[in-house]
Ligand binder design. Structure first.
Ligand SMILES: [Zn+2]
Ligand SMILES: [Zn+2]
Length: 131
């Protein structure tokens, strides 16, 4: 399962970029409290390699997991292409709950990189950290 050599992914800037389905494989790091070394797949939507990289990298950083590989789902071949995987999730800074990155609410304070699963968590965070 070595797909790390994807460095020739073409990126045509002139094309109108549609959302494509991507797959990413992660491994829990040693700092993870749940299932160290556990490998798992997530799917998500991105318009291109750079957006996909951003999404995967920020998920890996927030969740303290290692990126094994990520690739457009249609390029993944059998059996990946016909399977469904959980959507990529983010970790809420306030309640530590996982949630879909598409629903994430960033902290409006520019020097703060926190993200939240709900407006309630955001409000509680602001009350706690920024007041
Ligand atoms: Zn939350
Ligand atoms: Zn904040």
């Amino acid at each position: 399962m070595n797909k790390e050599s994807n460095d020739e992914i073409a990126f045509k800037e002139d094309d109108i970029l549609p959302y494509e389905k991507w797959l990413a494989a992660f491994r829990n790091g040693s700092s993870s409290e749940i299932l160290e070394g556990h490998e798992f797949l997530r799917q998500f939507h991105a318009t291109g390699f750079y957006e996909a990289y951003d999404i995967v990298a920020s998920f890996a950083e927030k969740s303290q997991v290692e990126i094994l590989w990520f690739l457009e789902k249609r390029e993944c071949g059998h059996p990946y292409v016909n399977s469904n995987y959980p959507e990529l999730e983010s970790l809420c800074t306030y309640c530590n709950g996982f949630f879909s990155y598409r629903d994430s609410i960033p902290c409006p304070y520019s020097q703060c990189s926190s993200i939240f699963c709900s407006k309630i968590c955001l409000q509680d965070h602001i009350a706690l950290k920024h007041k």
